[in-house]
Design a protein around this ligand. Structure first.
Ligand SMILES: NC(=O)c1ccc[n+]([C@@H]2O[C@H](COP(=O)([O-])OP(=O)(O)OC[C@H]3O[C@@H](n4cnc5c(N)ncnc54)[C@H](O)[C@@H]3O)[C@@H](O)[C@H]2O)c1
Length: 259
């Protein structure tokens, strides 16, 4: 999709910005004119994303329109509160676009899955999105600003997947959380939508055995895995006023897989 400047006055907070989909989203939103607060658990990776965007890479005093890296663990309430405070202190406003891309997998079959693997995936993928959505919405409501919150779920949250009870449950939860947030926040001018990618070429899918990827690829009507930019295109649309009457939606970006 050709790049436009639909987000010229926006400040976008992107979590999981140090890799894969989060990095592609950061690049795309910056190309559309947004200032990007790029957050990741891996602070060096977030800084690298900001370097790609042509920003300063430090959280002290961002000049207008610049991009800044932040380090935070989205599964920790205190860290998320501090993140929102730092972003607001840095840019003198709350983020009007919030994209939660931070996510992990810890796969195992149901019969063998450990409590720790269950808890960690739910903590990052579901509680993390709750904490970021809540903190961002609180900041927007208290400053009277409108916004667009975009949560990255997964098609697996809709159809399940072998070896991913924890991941599927977390991603199904993200859809319900986002729909509920959309109902509650519409009156404040805050839209909330989720994006359900299929299989996208990122470090996350590099962990999937090639045999499984080949099998999945044969099931995709488009005939190939998606690129992170395919997801970023949809996120940019949902962030912009071009989607001004869309809220509570779950948009699939799957190449037709599991339609
Ligand atoms: N790649 C796919 O095929 C695919 C498909 C559907 C959904 N998704 C979802 O898209 C999102 C991005 O996935 P990706 O493929 O780009 O993965 P990725 O592994 O390339 O990137 C995930 C990023 O999240 C960060 N992160 C992990 N835990 C964090 C935490 N606690 N706090 C802050 N940051 C944290 C990581 O450091 C990493 O930079 C995830 O939510 C994932 O579940 C991916």
């Amino acid at each position: 999709m050709a790049s436009q400047l639909r987000l010229r006055s926006a400040l976008a907070l992107v979590t999981g910005a140090g890799s894969g989909i989060g990095r592609a989203v950061s690049v795309r939103l910056a190309k559309e004119g947004a200032a990007v607060a790029a957050c990741d658990l891996d602070g060096a990776a977030a800084q690298e994303t900001v370097r790609l965007l042509g920003g300063r890479g430090s959280k002290e005093r961002a000049p207008q329109g610049n991009h800044v890296a932040f380090q935070a663990d989205v599964s920790e309430a205190r860290a998320v509160r501090r993140l929102l405070e730092q972003v607001q202190a840095c840019f003198s406003r709350p983020p009007s676009v919030v994209v939660s891309c931070a996510g992990i997998t810890r796969d195992d079959f149901l019969l063998h899955m450990s409590e720790d693997d269950w808890d960690r995936v739910i903590a990052v993928n579901l509680k993390g999105i709750f904490l970021v959505t809540q903190a961002a919405a609180q900041a927007l409501v208290s400053s009277g600003c409108h916004g667009s919150i975009i949560n990255i779920s997964s098609i697996i949250g809709k159809v399940g997947n072998m070896g991913q009870t924890n991941y599927a449950a977390s991603k199904a939860g993200v859809i319900g959380l986002t729909q509920t947030a959309a109902r509650e926040l519409g009156r404040h001018g805050i839209r909330c939508n989720s994006v359900l990618p299929g299989f996208i070429s990122t470090p996350m899918t590099q962990k999937v055995p090639q045999k499984v990827l080949d099998k999945v690829t044969r099931m995709i009507p488009m005939g190939h895995l998606g690129d992170p930019e395919d997801v970023a295109d949809v996120v940019a649309f949902l962030a912009s006023e071009d989607s001004g009457y869309i809220t509570g939606a779950s948009v699939e970006v799957t190449g037709g897989l599991f339609m």
